[in-house]
Every structure is written in structure tokens, then in C-alpha cells.
Design a binder for this molecule. Sequence first.
Ligand code: MN
Length: 255
Amino acid sequence: MNKNPLTLKIIVFGFLALQYSFIAKAQDTTKYLAKNDTKNQNNMSTMNKFEFKPLPYSYDALEPSIDKQTVEIHYSKHHKAYFDNFMIAIKGTAMESMDIMDIIRNISKYPMAVRNNGGGYFNHTFYWEGMKAHGGGVPTGKLSEAVTKTFSSFDEFKKQFSDAGKTRFGSGWAWLCLDPKGTLFICSTPNQDNPLMDIAEKKGIPLLTMDVWEHAYYLKYQNKRADYIDAFWNVVNWEEVARRYETALKSLKIK
Ligand code: MN
């Protein structure tokens, strides 16, 4: 007979709990936005806060080398999912108040969800910023000298970097990096790993990256990864790579 009042109490309690959880979530979001608003929004390349940065150009800017639909899906679906899942993976942990670089550099301490999604979040931002409309050409200045010194010629560098992308089995990334002694090297990483991670085969400071996951090229190039790699050279932002090189040298206290 008194079953009904009990059911009513359960319903009311459930409703109140749900309301409370909505309010708590809204407050979390407000706090997150407020925290990020106070930081420098213009420093596009430091990755010192958790922010899904706007793409630095329009979806069609890399045409015809990388088509509009690929860039749109890659950025707004794939990259966004890594970011969202990274935010979920760090929620309620000490990582929430850490720098993305500190998390990446000590990635072996954290769960696989952080490695995969934090890596995906970082790597894609780095990839987008390393390209531009009407890019390509050759590196200039100090970077040009370093490339020639290390790889004997720019063409030989391109060949080795392209090969790193072509021979990466399954999904991953090709990288140009600076080692701790200030020497350039090329490597590739599987999945969403990168050379900053403490688990990397060879660690270094990344200067340029190329995504060789199928989602980076399949719509236009299907199985022809090599054609995508050839086209990648037309959109490299060498000014940005040169800037990263200078910054990396300074961080190593070289010149
Ligand atoms: Mn990707």
C-alpha cells in the first residue's frame, strides 16, 4: 500500500541528483573557460594549456595537395575526438592542472588513454601548424645549412623523411627532430606517440611532422600513401619549421 510514496521519493531524489550533476558540470565548464581566458590566446605554438585550437587556415587552404573534405574531417572529427577523449581521460586527476608538455614528456607514468589521446591532441596541432597554403619550397637560413650538413642535400633529406612515412607499418607519424646535441635526425613513431615521449625509441625536439594514418589521405589518395607524401612537400610551412628550429636550439642553449 505504501509502495507509491516510496517510488515517488525515489523519483524526486533521482531528479534532484540529476539537477545537481548538471549544475556541477556547468560550473566545471565555466571554471575551465575562465581559466583559459586568462592565458595568452595568441601564443599559438606553445601548447601550454588545454585548448582545441582553431585550424590556422580554412579547410580548403591545402588544396589540391590535401583536399578540403579530408582536412575538415581530420580536424573537426579525428583531432577533436582526441582532444575530447584526452579531457575525459585526465578529468579528476592531477594532470588537469599540468602542462601538456609535462604530461607528454612523462607519458610512461600515465594510462594508455592519456598516451593515445594526449598524443593525438598534441601531434595534430603540431601537424596543422607545420603546413600552410602555398607552402613548400626549401628551408632557408640556418635550418637550410643544418639540413645540408646532416643529410648532404635537401633532396636526400626529403627522400629519407618520405621513406620514414612510407615504411611506417600501420598508422603513425614521420618526424624531423633535433637531438639533445643539436643535430637533426629523422624518425617515425607508431599510433599517436611522438619523439618527446619518454617511451620514444629516440628522443628529440620535433620540428616537422607528417601524419601517415590512413585518415590523413584516404579520401583523395586511397591506398596510395606515397602520392600523399609527395604532395605533402607542397604545403610544408618552412618558416614555422625554421622558427621551431631556432627555439629548439635556444632551449638546448646552442648559439
Ligand atoms: Mn590524424
